[in-house]
Design a protein around this ligand. Sequence first.
Ligand code: NAD
Length: 503
Amino acid sequence: MTLTVQPYRESVGLRTGRLHIGGEWIPARDGATWTHIHPATGEEIGDIAVASAEDVDDAVAAARRAFDAGEWSNARAGTRIAVLRRTAELLRTHADELRRLQALDNSVPVSFGSVYATSVDVAADAFDHHAGWVDKIGGQTLPPYQGGDHLAMSFREPLGVVGAILPWNAPFLLFAQKVAPALAAGCTVVLKPSEYASFTVLRMVELLFEAGLPAGTLNVVTGTGDPTGERLITHPDVDKISFTGSREVGGRIVEASAGTLKRVSLELGGKSPALVFADAADVGVAAATTVGAVTLGLSGQACVSNTRALVQREVYDEFLAAAEGMAAAVTYGDPFDPAVMSAPLINGKQLDRVLGYIEKGRAEGARLVTGGERLGGEYAAGNFVAPTIFADVDNGSTIAQEEIFGPVLSVVPFSDEEEALALANDTRYGLGAGVFSADAQRAFRVSRRLRAGTVGINGFQIEPHLPFGGFKESGLGREGGQSSVEAYTELKTVMMPLGDEMM
Ligand code: NAD
């Protein structure tokens, strides 16, 4: 049987992806397009426009005009709140359609829609949450430091035109985590989705306009890193780049920002550890959770997955046996089949990269417990790699240090808490970490010493009101809740003498 997703294209109503500039859906000026190949089947799914530098200039100009006109940036709070709340409702109403579109984009199975962190529900909640901030973005009234009769106040002003750049792996969540707070703060946006997940994002944009967003407030430039992304990150009239993606492109954005000193926030990759102590309530659950994070849904293509399992020696064999069992239970294939649990790698380049890391793991002496190969047979046209577990991994080796972004778990043994912490923090990344222990004091003690932006104790969930981001090379800044409001505003101080004397 050959896998195909072609029949779903029509049922989902897929159209050629266009740019959205100043309220109009238009092709690229030079007619350039990019063809999306489905990662599970190798079929051509559809074309998106590739915005040229001139198209990006038009989008930035439209966003600037909209910002200066003030229809959104100066709108009464009630207007902004209503649009953001209506967007949340529309996302919920269209959840099923969006999940199906996503399955055509990145092949994340529709079954994964039931997982809150990657489903449409968390995007809808992010719009609701940020709607709640609109009338609470305030400053302070401060007393005079040197005495006298004057007034000093601070305000949070919308930052201006935001260039938001998305990766392909979690389009619902990441769209919402950038667009909702930027709009709540009164900014206007030029959004660049990933070329590997544009159709989902384009539909979300339509829903925002259906909810009443004024033309020019959100503009979309689909396309590739170069020319589309490059023009956005170097554009002199973009006030901020909010980026989620790889460490490499994040570094390029910091470099590019030097020319204009535009604000930059970065959500990048990770090599997050799970610390499994012998006193974990259930080592089997810890193993299933860890293996699940690198195999289910996104097949390990998630920034915050615990891709390094650090396991105390007393429960090491028990952990490995449970992990192997979990890996064997993972199902693949047609992302529209509700029984399918996992996804292929997003493209041929990523497939080669992951297989290269697996080779490296073998060469560096790690013990392959299961997996390690590309799937053949009916899966041969897709980029499927079997869930792969390496045991006895040296924490200094390549597969324990580099972000693989695939279904590969590296298991490293440890003897005591100090060693576990030293291994966990011995990485250039610091996005997430997990602690599995039934001893609450130990779990908190360890979580405070982990150099990571988010620590899950006996479990983990992404939620729209919690700050999320990375220590070290995992990023700059935080998204979620109040951190997002701060990320899309500038602080301004205004002062005024109240009498005749000069300040
Ligand atoms: P990527 O960096 O290859 O691409 C991300 C986006 O940047 C895409 O839209 C791409 O077209 C664009 N881009 C590429 N080159 C560019 C350039 N020179 N200038 C401007 N834009 C450019 O990443 P990806 O493969 O889409 O996503 C995977 C990466 O994202 C992983 O490293 C993962 O850890 C990270 N990620 C991080 C988070 C987080 O919240 N920290 C969440 C999801 C994914």
